[in-house]
Design a protein around this ligand. Structure first.
Ligand code: COA
Length: 181
C-alpha cells in the first residue's frame, strides 16, 4: 500500500462506493462541461458513476476488471474521504487498459493522479501487461498533457462509444510501453 502524510492509495472497499461515485461525477462534469454536450456528460455520469453500479464494480474481476483503486484522505486504517479513483483491466494478451482516472477537481496537481496511475500500472504489470492504453476525449486539456507527461503517446483516435448522442465526438488512443521499471 502506497502512503503519504495526506492520503493513501489502496484498493477500494464497498464503503467507498458513494465517495467514488461523487468524485467521478464531479470530476467528469468539471472536465467535460465545456467540451462535450451536456446530454452526453449527464448520460455517462448516470450510467457509469451511479452509486449502485460503482458498488457492484468495486471488487476486482480479473483480468477483465482489476477493481477500483482509491486515493483516500488521511492515514492507512482511517476511512478517509475519497479524493480520487482509478481502475484498469487486461484487454488482450499482454495489453493493459486504464479505464478510469478521476480526481477531486480541487486536488489536482498534488501528485495524487500520478500515484493512482502508478498503482494501476503495477496491477497491470502483475497481470502480465507489457503495454498500457488509455482513451482520452480529444481536447481534454487536463487529461492529455498529464498522460504525455507520464510517457504516453498518441496512437490514433476512435469514435466515442457509450451513447447515442456521441456522434462526431472522438477519443484519442494513448499508449505507453510497460518496461521493467
Ligand atoms: C488527469 C488527472 C487525473 C491528473 O492528476 P493530478 O493529480 O492532477 O496530476 P499530478 O499532480 O500527479 O501530475 C500532473 C502532471 O501532469 C502535467 N500536466 C498536467 N496538466 C498539464 C498541462 N496542462 N500542460 C502540461 N503538463 C501538464 C504536470 O506537469 C505534471 O507532471 P510533472 O509532475 O512531471 O510536472 C487529474 O488532473 C484529473 O482528474 N483531471 C480531470 C479528469 C481527467 O481528465 N481524467 C482523465 C480522463 S481519461
Amino acid at each position: 500500500m502506497a502512503r503519504s502524510p495526506r492520503h493513501v492509495i489502496r484498493a477500494a472497499v464497498a464503503a467507498d462506493a458513494p465517495g467514488i461515485a461523487d468524485v467521478c461525477t464531479r470530476a467528469y462534469r468539471a472536465t467535460y462541461r465545456d467540451l462535450l454536450p451536456s446530454s452526453f456528460v449527464e448520460d455517462v455520469i448516470t450510467r457509469f458513476y451511479d452509486e449502485d453500479r460503482v458498488r457492484s464494480e468495486v471488487a476486482p474481476a480479473p483480468p477483465h476488471w482489476l477493481g477500483y483503486v482509491v486515493a483516500a484522505a488521511g492515514s492507512p486504517g482511517e476511512r478517509g474521504s475519497v479524493l480520487g479513483a482509478a481502475g484498469g483491466a487486461i484487454t488482450g494478451e499482454g495489453v493493459g487498459e486504464l479505464y478510469v482516472l478521476y480526481l477531486d477537481p480541487d486536488r489536482r496537481g498534488e501528485g495524487i493522479g500520478t500515484r493512482l496511475l502508478d498503482h494501476v500500472t503495477v496491477q497491470l504489470r502483475d497481470h502480465g501487461a507489457r503495454e498500457m492504453w488509455v482513451s482520452v476525449a480529444e481536447g481534454n486539456d487536463r487529461g492529455v498533457p498529464f498522460y504525455r507527461a507520464r510517457g504516453f503517446v498518441e496512437r490514433g483516435r476512435v469514435p466515442m462509444h457509450t451513447s447515442e448522442v456521441s456522434d462526431g465526438l472522438w477519443s484519442l488512443r494513448m499508449f505507453r510501453p510497460l518496461g521493467g521499471g
